[in-house]
Design a protein around this ligand. Structure first.
Ligand code: ADQ
Length: 691
């Protein structure tokens, strides 16, 4: 193979096609280039060849300020590292790793082929890498993509650094899945640093780049912190307005009053990040796929069009709006438009007029700006987080088209059983569109739905460090220990036979805790136990405390946010109740199924898309299904369905085990979704910019 690479015309083809800055010139007359996947790095020149020497060249764009006006003046400074033997390269790599420079890690992690090629030259890959650098699994390379993208996620929260709900989970795990498939992935999020005791960002270092963002009547200087972890560049935008205790959005006194400013800053900084940060020696450049998550990142497509593309920058970038929660849109007074740092002729994109009934007084003209609406009308494509109308688009199965033979038969079957319209359709209806349905309908041709995956390392009953005993689909006996430990922790009687029902989630209108409130007295007439974990609506919080003291032996209400308790409830309960009014995807039901906890959910959005109703007679009497769905959302259907689930738990143990096992065996990994995301990236790149 070495000879072939050195001497064949393929070698010269590689040489021509590759601009990644590492080259080997050995005794062999024709040098070859290590990284054939280098095109995605967008580097500019080929390093100079020095026969008989090992040469590694980095292209480090000099960052000077980084404001848009300065971008065109950015000079490409180059750093060259030469060594006549592999040890020299190893030293360089180790040095880079110890200074938190991600070049060394990404150099190999990004391109498994380089290991093969190194070895073909008699060079020891492990030795070159140094002990600090993880070797990619070569077997995984078959799963890598054929078309790699520079991807920039922009999100107000990202687990494990910051999380208030499912958005954080998704932005903490999907980027890792995409990076493992060969894409170069950056996640841009605020650095919510609350002081020296805050260790969440301990692994992120000042990238030594400062930019000034003109918005809200000032020049606001922001810094960037960077951590390279799990193949992803985690970039944190730093500004004093992010340094507060509380959640990303508020504290005990309520929502922060300057959130519009904080997230406008995030959007401007995120558009600059791929241009000014030489992560691993290379900027991401001007050909990126931005994924703007929810309203907080809603200005991204507008900024790209109004401030960059107009001046010839980011012309090849595209922006995909990912909608996780349509009910929060970032609606602010129209007068704030002038503070957003946008050209005045873009007002129309954000313009929002309230209907008459929603206006407060006779002089109220109902004029506002709506960040999410701005993204809906300017993004190149739109994604929701659970599936579209499977099997209805053009008479073909969308998933089959996307995934092709890469999906196993069983995965295809589970994803195609829903012959009805999914959440991507729901948002185009008056009921599900939260006022944006008309605009979403007008963009129907670019809307797709991709069901979320889960972080299968974080949520894995076989390895979960939060739970009392680990277990697997093959041997779920550990779940009994988890139930006992949870009952003990909650001060409930430790009884394996009593059905234990759980709820985890924000206590707000979306999640339907009021329906549980209505049903609880009837439910607790039976011999059951129930635990609720959540925070939010004060009236529901105090009702939970009241219910706990009123039903001491049966009910526990845990007000607050606790990752550990969430895992323990997911593992220890028999049933997870999710009476959400609407649910773009929902992650807790996915976690529950993975932990053998049977979901009972309102038949809406992603809940309907992911929970398959139990049918004991199907499949030749073996039964199908992973839980129960009910509709409409009210106390009676909820109770009826819960009674059925409880009766099955008590009297049909083998059927119950079947439901548990089917849930635990479902594939919830991001692999499937990552394939679908790639297809959407391709579509976005094929089309010219929408605005
Ligand atoms: N008190 C508490 N303590 C500990 N953990 C808690 C908690 N309350 C909630 N969580 C955790 O937060 C996450 C909630 O995720 P969801 O997807 O169910 O809802 P969310 O409405 O936030 O997300 C939105 O975005 C996601 C992601 O796309 C969509 O799935 C969803 O439908 C949409 O509403 C889960 O990981 C859950 O365990």
């Amino acid at each position: 193979m070495a000879a072939m690479l050195c001497c064949s015309s393929r070698a010269s083809a590689l040489l021509l096609n590759t601009s990644f800055g590492i080259s080997f010139s050995t005794a062999c007359s024709s040098p070859f280039w290590l990284s054939s996947s280098a095109l995605r790095w967008g580097s500019r020149q080929q390093p100079q060849q020095v026969p008989g020497r090992l040469t590694l060249q980095r292209h480090s764009p000099a960052v000077s300020g980084g404001a848009l006006s300065q971008y065109s003046r950015m000079a490409a400074a180059e750093e060259e590292v030469s060594s006549s033997d592999p040890a020299g390269l190893r030293l360089w790599l180790e040095g880079r790793a110890s200074t938190q420079d991600s070049a060394a890690q990404s150099l190999f992690a990004f391109n498994p082929e380089s290991a093969v090629q190194l070895e073909s030259q008699g060079l020891d890959y492990d030795e070159l890498q140094g002990s600090k650098l993880a070797r990619p699994d070569l077997a995984e390379s078959s799963r890598s993509t054929t078309n790699a993208f520079n991807i920039v996620f922009v999100s107000s929260e990202v687990a494990p650094y910051s999380k208030s709900g499912g958005l954080g989970d998704v932005c903490g795990s999907l980027p890792v899945a995409l990076a493992s498939r060969g894409h170069r992935v950056m996640v841009v999020s605020p650095r919510y640093w609350s002081g020296p005791g805050d260790t969440r960002y301990a692994g992120a270092y000042d990238a030594q780049a400062r930019i000034k963002v003109s918005c809200f009547d000032g020049e606001n200087e922001v810094a960037f912190f960077h951590e390279y972890r799990a193949g992803v560049d985690w970039v944190f935008v730093d500004h004093p307005s992010y340094h507060r205790p509380g959640t990303p959005y508020g504290d005990t006194r309520g929502t922060f009053g300057d959130n519009q400013f904080r997230f406008t800053l995030l959007c401007h900084a995120a558009c600059e990040a791929p241009l000014v940060l030489p992560l691993g020696g290379y900027t991401y450049g001007e050909k990126c796929v931005f994924i703007a998550n929810d309203w907080h990142a809603g200005l991204i497509p507008i900024i790209l069009a109004a401030k960059y593309r107009k001046h010839g920058v980011h012309r090849d970038s595209r922006c995909i709006l990912a909608i996780h929660n349509l009910s929060h849109q970032g609606v602010e007074p129209a007068t704030t438009f002038g503070s957003l740092g946008l050209p005045s002729d873009w007002y129309g994109a954000l313009e929002w007029v309230f209907p008459n009934w929603a206006r407060k007084h006779a002089l109220d003209k109902g004029e506002a700006v709506n960040h999410l609406k701005g993204a809906v009308v300017t993004a190149d494509r739109i994604l929701t987080v659970s599936q579209e109308d499977c099997c209805l688009r053009g008479g073909h199965c969308y998933r089959e088209i996307v995934a092709g033979p890469a999906l196993s038969n069983s995965a295809l079957v589970t994803s195609c059983i829903y012959q009805e319209q999914g959440y991507a359709w729901e948002i185009t209806t008056q009921e599900g569109g939260f006022g944006l349905d008309g605009l979403l309908r007008s963009r129907n041709s670019v809307i797709n739905g991709i069901t979320n995956g889960v972080d299968v390392d974080q949520w894995n009953p076989a390895t979960d460090k939060y739970i009392a005993s680990q277990y697997t689909p093959e041997d779920s006996s550990g779940k009994t220990d988890c139930k006992a430990a949870l009952q003990k922790e909650l001060g409930l009687s430790v009884r394996p036979d009593v059905p234990l029902i759980g709820f985890i989630g924000r206590l707000d209108y979306q999640k339907g805790p009021d329906v549980i409130q209505a049903a609880l007295p009837e439910l607790l007439t039976d011999d059951v136990q129930m635990v609720m974990l959540g925070s939010g609506e004060p009236s529901i919080e105090s009702w939970m405390s009241w219910a706990e003291s009123n039903y001491k032996d049966k009910f526990r209400g845990w007000v607050g946010f606790s990752e550990a308790i969430a895992h323990q409830i997911t593992a220890g309960c028999d049933i997870l109740l999710m009476p959400s009014r609407f649910e773009p995807c929902g992650l807790n039901q996915l976690y529950a199924m993975r932990y053998g906890t049977v979901p009972v959910v309102h038949s809406t959005g992603g809940l309907r898309d992911t929970v398959e109703d139990f049918n004991p007679f199907a499949n030749g009497g073996q039964g199908v299904g992973t839980g129960w769905t009910f509709s409409p959302l009210s106390k009676e259907p909820l109770m009826q369905t819960l009674w059925t689930a409880i009766a099955t738990y008590r009297h049909h143990k083998s059927a119950w085990m079947g439901i548990m096992k089917r849930g635990m065996s479902r594939d919830f990994s991001w692999d499937r979704a990552a394939l679908q995301y790639e297809r959407v990236f391709e579509w976005a790149m094929i089309d010219p910019p929408y605005v």
